[in-house]
Ligand binder design. Structure first.
Ligand SMILES: [Zn+2]
Length: 599
C-alpha cells in the first residue's frame, strides 16, 4: 500500500459522462455549452458528496478545452486539459468559504478576477460552502458578481441554499443536485471494486450504498475502510460488522415470530440483539422499516420504493405473503409509538419488550385468524366461522361454495399463479398443537421460515383445492333472494362482529354501504384498492354473506371510491335543480306562475 489513493479521489470523474447519478444536470450544462448560453454565475446546491465540486471542475475544464469533442466532453489531451488533470491550471481558482470567509479572502479573489487569463478562454472561480461567507464578505463579492468580466465564470456551491442571500440567488443560474440513487451508487462501487481487483458481494455493496444516504463520496470512503479491514474480498458480514448495522436476518426472524405470535422467541432474539451491542431504538426503527418494506412489496406500484438487492427483495416477497396490509399498518403503528416514546422511558429494554408483546398480540389476533384457519383450525366457541370451513363436508347439511371473488380487482395473484413446488400443493391441515420449534439463532438462515411459510401457502392451497373440489362436485346453486335492506343489515352485522378479527378491515368496509346489483353481485366501495386485495379478509366477508343470506351465487365487486367526485352545483340550472330537490315547492311555484327557466 505504498501509493494508496483514496477511491473518492482516484475515481473522481474527469468528464461529464463519468459523473454518477446526475444526468439531468450534466445534460443541461452540456447543452448550455453547446448553445453558447452559459451563464456567468452558477449556484450548485444539494447535499454533501453528490458531485457539486466535481461538476464545477469538469465544467471549468470543458469550457477551457482547446479541442472540445462533439459530445461536449473535454479532450483530456490538450494543454489546458492536462494542466487541469494535474491540478496545475491557472484558470481555475477554488476557495473554500468554510475556512476562508473573511472580507480579505474575498478581496484577494476579486483582485484576481481583474486579471484576464493568459492561456485558455475562461477563468473559473469555484467557491465552496458559499453560505459560510460573512455578511461583509458577501457584500464585497456582490459587486463583482453583478458586473463580472466576460472571461470570468463563478460557480458557487452550497449544501444550504436557504442561507444564500436573495441578491446572490437572483444573479445565479440554479442547479439542484439530488441525492444519488442507491442503485447508481452500488453500480459505481461495483465498477471501482472490479478495477481494484476486489471481489465484493452485491449485498455488501448495496448495504454500503444504502448507508451512504445518497452521497457517493461517503460510499467510496466506507468502501476503502472496509477494503483496508477485510482485504480483497468484501462480504455482507464484513460490511455489517464494520458499519455496526443490525443484520437483516434478525428482522426476518423477528417478523416471523410476530406472525406466529411467539412471544418467548421474540424476547429471546431481542435479548441476543441487545447482547450484541445494539440499542433498542435502533432495533425498533429497523423493525419498522422492515415492516414497511413488507408492505411496499405487496403492490407492484410501490415496489420501486423498496431499496434492496434482488435476492433480498425475493426474501421480502416471500415473507410478505404472511401478512395482510392492515396487519402491517397496525404493527407499524405499534413500532412508531414505542420509537417515539423510547427516549423518555426509564427502562428501555422493558419498553421494547412491551412493544414486542403488543406486536405478538396483533400477530395473535390478526394473522392467526386471517391466514391460518384452514391450515390450523382454531376452535372458536361462540362464533360462526367466517372463513372457508375446515370442517368435514358432511357436517354441513347445506352445500357450500368457496368461490373466491370473481372480480379482477378482488382477485389475489396467488390464486392464479401456478405453484412452484408441487409438493406443497397438497395442503396438510396441521393439528392444533405445539408449533414446530424454530431455532432462534439468526446464523442459521431461513430453515424455520420455510417451515412456517407453508402455513400461508397451505391456507391458500387449501382454499384453492376446496374450490376445485366444489367445482368438481357440481354443487347446486342456492339463490335465495334478498333485498338491499337485508344486505345492509347483514353487512353491518359482519362489520360489527369482525371488529375483533381485523379492526382495520371492518372499519374500512363499514365506511360505505354496499349496493346490490343484478345477478347477486354486491358492489362495495373501498377507499383503497389494497383493502379489496386483502384476499383473506375479503373471502371471510364473502363467506359470511353467502351463509347469512343463504345464497352461494353471491360475488363481490370492489369499487375504489373517488373522493373528489362529490358533485358541486356550478351552473344556475344545477343550482336550481339542487334547490328543487330540497324544496319541491319551488317547481310548483314555477309552474303556478308560468315561469320559464332561462338557463
Ligand atoms: Zn482538452
Amino acid at each position: 500500500m505504498d501509493n494508496f489513493i483514496v477511491s473518492a479521489r482516484k475515481y473522481r470523474p474527469a468528464t461529464f459522462q463519468q459523473v454518477v447519478g446526475q444526468t439531468a444536470i450534466t445534460a443541461t450544462l452540456q447543452n448550455a455549452i453547446r448553445n453558447n448560453h452559459l451563464a456567468q454565475a452558477f449556484l450548485f446546491t444539494g447535499p454533501r458528496g453528490v458531485g457539486k465540486t466535481t461538476c464545477a471542475r469538469i465544467l471549468a475544464k470543458t469550457i477551457n478545452c482547446e479541442n472540445l469533442k462533439e459530445t461536449i466532453e473535454p479532450c483530456d489531451a490538450c494543454e489546458s486539459c492536462e494542466s487541469f488533470n494535474n491540478s496545475a491550471s491557472f484558470n481555475v481558482h477554488e476557495l473554500d468559504a468554510a475556512s476562508n470567509n473573511s472580507v480579505d479572502d474575498i478581496r484577494t479573489l476579486v483582485d484576481q478576477v481583474r486579471i484576464p487569463p493568459q492561456v485558455g478562454k475562461f477563468k473559473v472561480y469555484i467557491i465552496d460552502e458559499v453560505h459560510m461567507l460573512s455578511q461583509a464578505a458577501f457584500n464585497a463579492f456582490l459587486k463583482t458578481l453583478e458586473e463580472p468580466p466576460a472571461y470570468a465564470k463563478f460557480i458557487l456551491a452550497t449544501t444550504e441554499k436557504h442561507k444564500i442571500l436573495p441578491t446572490i440567488l437572483s444573479r445565479c443560474q440554479l442547479y439542484d443536485f439530488k441525492r444519488i440513487q442507491v442503485e447508481d451508487i452500488s453500480k459505481h462501487l461495483a465498477y471501482v471494486a472490479e478495477n481494484e481487483g476486489v471481489a465484493a458481494e452485491e449485498e455488501a455493496l448495496h448495504t454500503i450504498a444504502q448507508k451512504s444516504d445518497g452521497a457517493l463520496r461517503d460510499a467510496l470512503s466506507t468502501f476503502d475502510q472496509i477494503v483496508s479491514y477485510s482485504g480483497d474480498s468484501i462480504t455482507y458480514k464484513n460490511v455489517i460488522e464494520n458499519l455496526n448495522i443490525l443484520d437483516y436476518e434478525y428482522y426476518f426472524q423477528v417478523t416471523d415470530f410476530i406472525a406466529d405470535a411467539d412471544l418467548s422467541q421474540l424476547l429471546l432474539i431481542f435479548s441476543e440483539i441487545i447482547e450484541n451491542g445494539f440499542d433498542g431504538q435502533h432495533f425498533i426503527t429497523g423493525l419498522n422499516e422492515h415492516l414497511r418494506n413488507l408492505m411496499v412489496i405487496q403492490d407492484p406500484a410501490t415496489l420501486q420504493l423498496l431499496l434492496a438487492s434482488p435476492s433480498v427483495k425475493e426474501r421480502y416477497r416471500e415473507q410478505s405473503a404472511r401478512f395482510s396490509i392492515p396487519f402491517l399498518i397496525q404493527a407499524m403503528e405499534v413500532c412508531n409509538k414505542y420509537d417515539l416514546s423510547y427516549k423518555t422511558s426509564n427502562n428501555k429494554r422493558l419498553h421494547i419488550e412491551i412493544a414486542l408483546m403488543q406486536l405478538a398480540k396483533i400477530g395473535n389476533s390478526d394473522i392467526q385468524q386471517t391466514t391460518q384457519p384452514i391450515a390450523k383450525p382454531k376452535p372458536r366457541e361462540d362464533k360462526k366461522p367466517f372463513y372457508v370451513s375446515s370442517e368435514p363436508k358432511e357436517s354441513k347439511p347445506e352445500p357450500k361454495t368457496t368461490d373466491t371473488p370473481k372480480d379482477a380487482e378482488t382477485k389475489n395473484e396467488s390464486f392464479n399463479k401456478p405453484l412452484a413446488e408441487p409438493k406443497e400443493s397438497i395442503a396438510k391441515p396441521k393439528p392444533p398443537g405445539p408449533k414446530p420449534q424454530i431455532d432462534p439463532s439468526p446464523k442459521e438462515e431461513g430453515n424455520g421460515r420455510k417451515i412456517k411459510n407453508i402455513s400461508i401457502k397451505a391456507s391458500l392451497n387449501a382454499l384453492k383445492k376446496k374450490q376445485e373440489e366444489v367445482e368438481d362436485d357440481d354443487v347446486p346453486a342456492i339463490t335465495t333472494a334478498f333485498d338491499q335492506e337485508k344486505l345492509n343489515d347483514t353487512w353491518v352485522q359482519f362489520t360489527n362482529s369482525y371488529q375483533k378479527d381485523s379492526p382495520s378491515f371492518s372499519h374500512a368496509i363499514a365506511k360505505h354501504m354496499p349496493v346490490l346489483k343484478e345477478g347477486f353481485v354486491i358492489e362495495y366501495q373501498v377507499d383503497n384498492i389494497l383493502i379489496a386485495k386483502d384476499i383473506l379478509n375479503v373471502t371471510a366477508l364473502l363467506e359470511y354473506l353467502k351463509d347469512e343470506l343463504n345464497n352461494n351465487q353471491i360475488t363481490l365487486k370492489a369499487v375504489v371510491a373517488d373522493n373528489k367526485k362529490e358533485k358541486i352545483a356550478y351552473t344556475d340550472r344545477e343550482k336550481f335543480e339542487e334547490m328543487a330537490k330540497k324544496y319541491p315547492g319551488i317547481i310548483a311555484l314555477k309552474d303556478q306562475m308560468n315561469l320559464e327557466l332561462e338557463f
